[in-house]
Design a protein around this ligand. Structure first.
Ligand code: ZN
Length: 254
């Protein structure tokens, strides 16, 4: 069986002032409509869930939630999407996040029975004292008791080089990207929030809330270099054009 990547809808973010995505004063007053996918990687040796979208509770709000800076919404619960795919949560062997922000970790508690693969720096960041009072925390706190596989260097999930979690810190201390080597599509790198849109990739604008600006630029250079070297396709997770180009269940990236 070849490697497959199923694409799930983890919500949508709409802002009328995209300047929040640039610490350098760009994008002021711009309307941005961003996707928020998550991915189920199916390997002959197991399944990996990469990111898990906004909390399913958001789908109960018909107009979404206005954070003051952007409106977040979720059309179909991620748990329901997995159910419709006939995926039992207990069959998902591994769970990993690009990073712990709430648009990526909203349903993390659902995956408490999976082995949580996490950069040690991100795990520490998520369970530091001040994080325990954050909005995100209630959505992922059960991971603290999950089986944990922590790493401090790139992590080869199935041991055959086909699915590799790449360290790409800076947005958060343990931000990561995911390299998947697919039979038909070739190598693909899902880049979390290393860039928010294609434009951010060109202009290299980063938001002011990144934990380390210089580290972010180093991660960008590293992932760009790796993509060139491997001839990999870069997928910017929030970029709507990338979302639009992805197959939908029952189709998958192969
Ligand atoms: Zn995000």
């Amino acid at each position: 069986m070849d490697l497959k990547v199923y694409v799930l809808d983890g919500g949508r973010l709409v802002t009328e002032d995209a300047s929040i995505f640039s610490a350098d004063g760009n994008y002021k007053g711009e309307h941005w409509d961003m996707a928020n996918p998550c991915y189920l990687v199916v390997h002959p040796r197991g399944m990996l869930m990469w990111d898990c979208g906004f909390s399913d509770s958001l789908a109960d709000l018909p107009d979404g939630y206005n954070s003051g800076r952007s409106v977040w919404s979720l059309t179909r619960k991620v748990s329901k999407q997995l159910e419709d795919m006939a995926i039992d949560l207990h069959d998902i062997d591994y769970f990993a996040l690009s990073h712990s922000h709430l648009d990526h970790s909203g349903n993390a508690n659902l995956f408490k029975c999976s082995t949580w693969i996490v950069d040690e720096a991100e795990r520490e960041f998520m369970f530091r004292d001040t994080a325990r009072e954050s909005k995100e925390f209630e959505n992922y706190h059960e991971l603290e008791n999950a089986e944990i596989c922590s790493f401090t260097a790139d992590h080869d999930v199935f041991g055959d080089g086909s699915v590799v979690i790449l360290r790409a810190p800076g947005h958060t201390p343990g931000h990561a990207a995911l390299l998947v080597n697919l039979a038909k599509s070739g190598p693909v790198i899902f880049t979390g929030d290393l860039w928010y849109t294609c434009r951010c990739r060109t202009t290299r604008n980063i938001p002011s809330n990144n934990t380390d600006r210089e580290q972010t630029f180093e991660s960008m250079a590293r992932i760009e270099g790796l993509a060139r070297e491997l001839g990999a396709r870069i997928i910017i997770q929030h970029e709507r054009a990338d979302w639009n180009s992805m197959p939908r269940f029952p189709d998958y990236l192969q």
